[in-house]
Design a protein around this ligand. Sequence first.
Ligand SMILES: [Zn+2]
Length: 405
Amino acid sequence: MRIGASKKKYASSQQQLRDGNKLSIFNLIRKAPASRITLAKLAKLSPTTVSTLVEDLISTGWVIESETVNSNARGRRPIMLSVNASRGYIATVELLSRGYICTIYDICLNKISGLRVRNSPCSSTNISATICDLLRAKRIPLYRLLGIHVMFPGMINANTNELRFSAVISKEDMPESSFIQKLEKRFPGTQVLLSTNGSIIAFAEFISTEQRSSLPLLSINIDEGIIGGVVMCDRQSETRVCFPIEIGHIIIDLQGNICKCGNQGCLEALCSTVQLFRMVNDRTDMHLTYSESFGADCNPEAMELIAQRLVQYDAALTAVLSDYIYNLCCGLVSVVNLIGVQSIRIGGDIAVLGSTFLNMVRTTLREKFYPLNSTDSIEIELINSDYEHVRCAMVVMSMDELFKR
Ligand SMILES: [Zn+2]
């Protein structure tokens, strides 16, 4: 019985390896059409292994053979392989506090269509209807919808896929907790994935930076809420892992504001963009219009106004920002010291403040804190706050899951 069990384990790890290799080949082809020989070199696999995997990808419709490349070399020209874009589509769903955004992508990450729905509850019924409308408008049959990936700004029960709690979506606007199960029922045959914003932004950073950033990397988005994720490297297996962290709810001031999570003095309660707007209105002559709602249109506009004023060296505004940044650095350094973070990426609406903000963060970290990592320094940059690359990461995550099935 023991032998049987270990054989089974061996077989499943062989299968995992094969699936993993197939996925890497697929991802390489997705980045740029390539020949089998090029793929073997890039993936560091034998030409025979690549041929077998490619045949599998062709027979299952993921990949098609396309035009040959011009080559000066004599002999047979290599056949190019490209992703069969029309093989299927993935819908991404972002839950906001008073509405949601649905976007449809093909498997080559081309955006097909999208819709932001405002002032409508994030119920499974409403979202299912929006997805169906978007597909119908592009004449895409339902069976071509391979996956739906839902991004939830809060905590989820990873075992049951139920939505637990969100600090940025109020109780009355929360989708039903069995939201995912209902989508699965509505779209049988379509893979429904649920992730938190933190794990998706960490993954987005993971696939966009490849080898460029020093690990561990902390990726943090600052909007109406604060979410984050970490990318680490397992030295033994050299595999990268990314996971969400509740950086927004690190307690940094015991006397601080009450947070929506119920604790006092969380980073989010002190450093959300809404809190910055509040501080700016209280302490400067600016009168920003802003909203507590997650994803409210007026908030990026308010941040833009701060950015414009910031470059004019307004003393009152600079004072507000240095207090804000001090609090932010308390949160950042806590994570740096906990897991030895080497690089930090800051995105979200706050990134609109640009280099003036970034330089203030760098100076504050350098002059007022002692990062306890292996190099005593932190590489820190702003990242594109555009959600388009986050959505593409959602599609790639869905594709990864599809290949694991
Ligand atoms: Zn909190």
